[in-house]
Write a protein that binds this ligand. Structure first.
Ligand code: GLU
Length: 299
């Protein structure tokens, strides 16, 4: 199958240099391979997503010379799909409702007998406050947060027998094979639905990548710790695992990662200053488009 990749920004602010690097790298890789490049909007959090930002993202990408194939996928249009997957996991006894606030979780995780709270891909590792001894049964609850019972999930995915591994390029330190301990201790019971939001990022991204037949996920190294969660979900839901490429992060002069609030580094600000798309490529150390060689991400 030919290479298919995507760029999936959240329309909650302007694109900055870090996004530009991610989008250009994924786009150039697809084009060099004669493959497909898709644009998806991670707009599940409707309290923060804005149509103006979505429009600005499309303008910035077009200005950078990025073209995408087919229509833009919006996560907010896919809630029934996410709900069906939650129902399937619920039926198998792998989910439970959670009523903890972020503050509850921090307080429970840092209680004196717990020692210093451990951090996983979603912040403080969930201390298990709402985890029931037995799967809750009954109908799938609505409007509440739902967490994956990681001990049961790891067993259901067969990780006690075959450790989980996946193909990754571009990282200094690939994960090797991961057993159930990694999931229970270093990740914990992640949320697959958040209160008031139909699904969490982890569930949505896995279903979107599968439904869009993505063969290569090209995204920042900040997401590398979340990838085992995505591969585990693919196992549980019977979905294929793409090849993952976690790219370097773009940092400012002081070595700090760029964030959305760095408006000075917004692509629109550079454009207003009279910079060109090739200036942006130079800033993130990417060759101009006519220098594109064959991609090296493998297949
Ligand atoms: N919206 C996510 C982000 O910007 C996308 C992550 C992904 O590509 O999987 O971090």
């Amino acid at each position: 199958m030919s290479l298919r990749t995507r760029f999936a920004p959240s329309p909650t602010g302007p694109l900055h240099l870090g996004h530009a690097y991610s989008a250009l790298l994924a786009h150039d890789t697809a084009r060099a391979a004669g493959g497909t490049f898709l644009l998806r909007l991670d707009d599940l959090d409707q309290s923060r997503a804005r149509p103006e930002w979505a429009a600005q993202i499309a303008r910035d990408l077009a200005w950078l010379g990025i073209t995408w194939d087919g229509p833009v996928l919006r996560q907010s249009d896919r809630l029934p799909r996410y709900r069906a997957a939650l129902a399937a996991l619920w039926e198998r006894g792998l989910l439970y409702p959670c009523h903890c606030s972020r503050r509850d979780i921090e307080a429970a995780a840092s209680a004196p007998q717990e020692g210093a709270p451990l951090h996983g891909p979603d912040g403080v590792i969930y201390p298990g406050t709402c985890r029931p001894a037995q799967p809750p049964g009954g109908p799938l609850p609505e409007g509440v947060a739902l967490r994956l019972d990681m001990t049961r999930a790891a067993a259901a995915a067969g990780l006690d027998v075959t450790p989980l591994s996946y193909k990754e390029t571009g990282v200094a330190d690939p994960p090797g094979a991961l057993g159930p301990d990694h999931f229970t201790r270093a990740i914990g019971d992640v949320a697959l639905a958040r209160r008031g939001l139909g699904a969490s990022y982890h569930l949505a991204v896995v279903l979107d990548d599968a439904d869009q037949s993505i063969t290569h996920v090209i995204r920042g190294a900040d997401l590398a710790p979340a990838t085992p969660i995505h591969v585990l979900l693919q196992r549980l839901l019977g979905l294929p695992t793409p090849i993952y490429h976690h790219h370097r992060l773009i940092r400012d002069e002081t070595g700090r990662r760029l964030a959305k609030r760095d408006d000075a580094r917004a692509i629109a600000a550079y454009r207003a200053e009279g910079r060109t798309p090739n200036d942006i490529r130079a800033m993130v150390q990417l060759s101009p488009p006519h220098h594109l060689g064959p991609n090296t991400l493998g297949g």
